[in-house]
Design a protein around this ligand. Structure first.
Ligand SMILES: NC(=O)c1ccc[n+]([C@@H]2O[C@H](COP(=O)([O-])OP(=O)(O)OC[C@H]3O[C@@H](n4cnc5c(N)ncnc54)[C@H](O)[C@@H]3O)[C@@H](O)[C@H]2O)c1
Length: 334
């Protein structure tokens, strides 16, 4: 940010755009939400204000920051008006490669070439999104996790043509927003966290498929076992704590017994064929006529709020800092 460039421009004011805008405004940035029509963008601003009010209610924001944040949110249907004031663009439109490509090519023509243009894509490659840009070096992914006003993680993915220094610059901005940005050095499917989540889902479904345990017990095991430790105890911290020697033995025993499938489990096909698609059809792995999805969602958000509050208080190391603690442990090849 500079004195003349004080604005974060967010293209797409839906669920993610509004959540991202709330965090940007809460951090004291003038934040402009752009959409295809002014009333869509205005609706996004209202949603972002609701998120700010929620953060205040949960004591994650002060009264002063709430007031300031509300005053910093604006809507537009013409992002070109923000050409002179924007220092960061974040695109959060529908997940459609051709649409994102078109938007990136358009933004590229409007904003000076040193202004970073980021995509919130969940699964597309930033390299592909930036294909039609003249300056693809300023294109980068910033994948905020849902709900963006609550979950700290943002995956910052470096595309094949991204200027590597840009990742650090964007990461620094996101740290100011109170986010936990991680840098992903290659533009591959699943970015970083989705690779891990999909591996967990693969084995969770496999356990149900092989009738080793019920869906409910699988979820209980994850939630009440490893999951409850994860905000402060990552898997690699766990390996170091247990000892690599012991962990290697466990891996050698367990890995041959778990799923190595390179496609989704047949259980998905079967359930989808029976119109058991999950909450939206009332049945999936659970019966959602009986199980209360709304209550589960509220519990999820309340738990995240408590966890975030705890992490803030403890300045916990789960939130990455500039001080890397990676050791200089040379491998045999090294
Ligand atoms: N929903 C999630 O859980 C989640 C999580 C992380 C990332 N994402 C990613 O974030 C992006 C947005 O997802 P969402 O859930 O907010 O979608 P959404 O449908 O809620 O919002 C998309 C918005 O983009 C707007 N839009 C469409 N075309 C546009 C254009 N040409 N110019 C400006 N605005 C335009 C739409 O009007 C809408 O307001 C997607 O890439 C998605 O994959 C979603």
């Amino acid at each position: 940010m500079t004195e003349s460039r004080d604005t974060v421009l967010i293209i797409g004011s839906g669920m993610m755009g509004a959540g991202i805008a709330a965090k940007s405004a809460a951090a004291g940035r003038r934040t402009v939400l752009a959409d295809t029509a002014l009333d869509y963008a205005q609706r996004g601003v209202e949603t972002a204000k609701e998120k700010l009010a929620y953060l205040r209610e949960k004591e994650l924001l002060s009264d002063g920051d709430l007031k300031r944040g509300e005053g910093l949110l604006e809507a537009t249907a013409d992002y070109r008006a923000e050409r002179e004031r924007t220092f960061l663009v974040i695109e959060a439109v529908t997940e459609d490669l051709n649409l994102k490509r078109k938007i990136f090519a358009g933004l590229d023509l409007v904003f000076p070439e040193d202004i970073p243009i980021a995509s919130n894509t969940s699964g597309l490659r930033i390299t592909d999104i930036a294909r039609d840009m003249k300056h693809p070096r300023r294109a980068i992914t910033t994948h905020f996790w849902f709900p963006a006003h609550l979950v700290p993680l943002v995956e910052v993915v470096i595309g094949d043509q991204t200027l590597p220094a840009l990742a650090k610059q964007v990461k620094e901005e996101l740290l100011l927003w109170g986010k936990a940005p991680v840098i992903v050095k290659k533009d591959l499917p699943g970015q970083l966290a989705n690779r891990i989540l999909q591996a967990v889902i693969r084995e969770a479904v496999n356990i149900v498929e092989m009738d080793l345990a019920s869906a409910e017990d699988v979820d209980t095991a994850v939630k009440m076992g490893m999951g409850i430790r994860f905000p402060v105890w990552g898997p690699l911290e766990h390996v170091d704590a247990v000892g690599l020697d012991l962990c290697k033995n466990v891996q050698d025993t367990v890995l041959p017994a778990i799923s190595r499938s390179t496609a989704a489990s047949p259980r998905f096909e079967k359930l989808i064929g029976e119109d058991c698609v999950g909450v939206k059809t009332g049945r999936g792995f659970y019966d959602w006529q009986v199980k209360d999805h709304e209550r589960l969602r509220t519990l999820r958000d309340d738990f995240i709020v408590e966890a975030v509050r705890f992490l803030k208080k403890e300045a916990a190391p789960s939130v990455p800092t500039e001080n890397s603690s990676e050791p200089d442990c040379k491998s045999e090849e090294g």
